[in-house]
Write a protein of this length. Sequence first.
Length: 119
Amino acid sequence: MFIKNLQDCEEFLAGDDSLLRELLHPDKADLDIRYSLAHAVVKPGQTSKPHKLKTSEVYYILEGEGIMHINGESEKVKPGQAIYIPSNSRQYIRNTGRSDLKFLCIVDPAWQHEDEKVF
């Protein structure tokens, strides 16, 4: 059985300026998975940098509120929503609330540095 606690994951500033903690990645544990799973935080009033991945991605909003931008479209987002981001889509998220915007990021196949372009 494999269980990983969020608090045991090192927090770091991602290339898009969100605060990340990587929970699952097939290159970093002996796991039979293709995807990676990370916990992200965007502080109040902040925006992640526009970026795109060669792979698809899903955000699942846990706490807070914001506006998700994908390829020129934008929508308000809130807890309980899953957002599908197609591969090669220019994307960013803005925290419009007064508290941290917290969400999970699922990348399939797993996130790799060379697959991301930050603008």
